[in-house]
Design a protein around this ligand. Structure first.
Ligand code: GDP
Ligand code: MG
Length: 174
């Protein structure tokens, strides 16, 4: 069975874009049936025809859950609890974690909260600093994320920047 890497992070950091990018780059090699791959939560990342690891996107129901709780008695705390619950469920059968943050937003309290949760699991973790679309100020943007205590890699899921390095670094966690 393939090892499984779980994409974890607060909403809107680019987990699903990253997931689609990692899967799409291999789609020609795997099954190219229209309609199934794009929205799938589970995928296989391949390298030179060889499957290297399974990848799992999380947070797919976050927006619905948000809509339900935002008016509710628990408000935003219910929203955060929902994210934690989803993360917890996904971490159960994870081999390693890709902890995704937004290099433009910088480090937010919810990132730190989720990171503490991930750290308690003791799984090998790479912090993927997404939305580093250009090289300018890259070092500055990266600096504050060192506080999370994970190794870092800057990527741009949207532009496909550093995707090979990402697969390499994730493979090295296994
Ligand atoms: P998720 O909630 O973590 O799954 O985030 P999404 O993948 O849905 O992305 C949230 C938003 O960030 C979308 O509007 C994406 O187009 C945008 N986004 C994702 N990756 C990048 C990136 O590398 N650079 C920029 N500038 N935007 C990105
Ligand atoms: Mg998503």
């Amino acid at each position: 069975n393939l090892p499984r890497i779980i994409l974890v992070g607060r909403p809107n950091v680019g987990k699903s874009t990253l997931f689609n990018r990692l899967i799409r780059s291999n789609r020609a090699i795997t099954h190219d049936r229209p309609g199934i791959t794009r929205d799938r939560m589970d995928g296989v990342v391949r390298r030179k025809d060889m499957p290297v690891f399974g990848i799992v996107d999380t947070g797919g129901i976050t927006l619905d859950a948000h809509a339900m709780v935002v008016e509710g008695p628990e408000g935003i705390r219910g929203f955060e609890q929902d994210i934690l619950n989803q993360t917890e469920a996904a971490l159960k059968d994870a081999t390693a974690v890709a902890f995704v943050v937004d290099g433009r937003d910088g480090l937010l309290p919810l990132d730190e909260h989720l990171a503490a949760h991930v750290r308690r699991k003791g799984l090998p973790t790479l912090c993927v600093v997404n939305k580093v679309d250009g090289a300018e100020h890259e070092d500055e943007r990266m600096a504050e994320f060192h506080a999370l205590g994970f190794p870092l890699l800057a990527v741009s899921a949207e532009h496909g920047h550093n995707m090979n390095a990402l697969v390499e670094d994730l493979t090295a966690l296994l």
